[in-house]
Design a protein around this ligand. Structure first.
Ligand code: NAG
Length: 235
């Protein structure tokens, strides 16, 4: 009886199943190799750098004490003079603010630059906010302009504290709880594969706020900046 049951299984099944798995494994290996190569070469497209952005943030603070609008003006006008507009595009419309809900934190942002491998935004809120940093495929440099930011990682029993002029570097893959205490604005620079960060930026809107106009303008502004940069050859 047992032998008869065995015979009902098509003879080709084990080998075709094996072929399917071999094909999947090969596909996965190919995707892994392509991702590794892309990850290895991403640096060639960086135009901005964290060190000079921190120097710029500090000079903006020094020139405009307690005046975040003046600091933003200072930063944007410096960037447009420092970098050739044929190499990188900056969005100079500093009235273009949208809400941003991510990781439970809420604030507003103004996108100064967005491309496939870099973004530069002003993010903050006069009210203060708190949340999860998100787990990112990019390195994040958070330059405090006004207020202060607190952060901690599990295992730390005391908080990290960042004041105006300080930069809070969140290396890719690192997660923290953070708080922008009693109102804070920062110049946030991220470098890495930016499109992979977008799901984190959308999750709260899709599952909680359902603020579709904000979602629309966030996508519109980001997409416009990425495309206008691509047209200059800025990946
Ligand atoms: C931009 O800011 C940097 C850092 O403060 C400064 O060294 C540079 O001279 C500024 N450039 C312009 C064009 O203002």
């Amino acid at each position: 009886m047992a032998a008869k049951t065995k015979n009902t299984v098509p003879a080709s099944a084990p080998s075709s199943g094996l072929t399917k798995w071999a094909f999947r494994a090969l596909l996965l290996a190919a995707v892994y190799v392509i991702c590794s190569i892309l990850d290895g070469i991403k640096e060639r497209w960086y135009v901005l750098d964290p060190t000079s952005l921190n120097v710029l943030a500090k000079s903006a603070i020094a020139a405009n004490p307690g005046n975040p609008a003046g600091m933003i003006e200072h930063i944007v006008s410096n960037l447009t003079q420092t970098y050739d507009s044929s190499v990188i595009r900056f969005n100079t419309d500093s009235s273009e603010w949208v809400f941003n809900n991510a990781g439970g934190a809420m604030g507003a942002m103004y996108i100064i630059h967005a491309s496939i491998t870099e973004y530069l935004i002003i993010f903050g809120t006069p009210l203060g906010t708190e949340g999860h940093s998100g787990i990112h495929t990019a390195d994040d440099y958070f330059n405090i302009l006004v207020g202060e930011q607190w952060a901690f990682r599990p295992g730390a029993l005391e908080m990290e504290r960042y004041l105006p002029g300080d930069v809070h570097h969140l290396p890719r893959g690192v997660v923290k709880q953070y708080k922008m205490h009693e109102g804070c604005f920062a110049l946030e620079y991220a470098r890495g594969w930016i499109p992979l960060m977008l799901p984190f930026g959308y999750a709260d809107a899709l599952t909680s706020t359902l603020d579709f106009p904000t979602l629309f303008w966030t996508s519109y502004n980001t997409g416009r900046e990425m495309i206008l940069n691509l047209l200059r050859g800025k990946i």
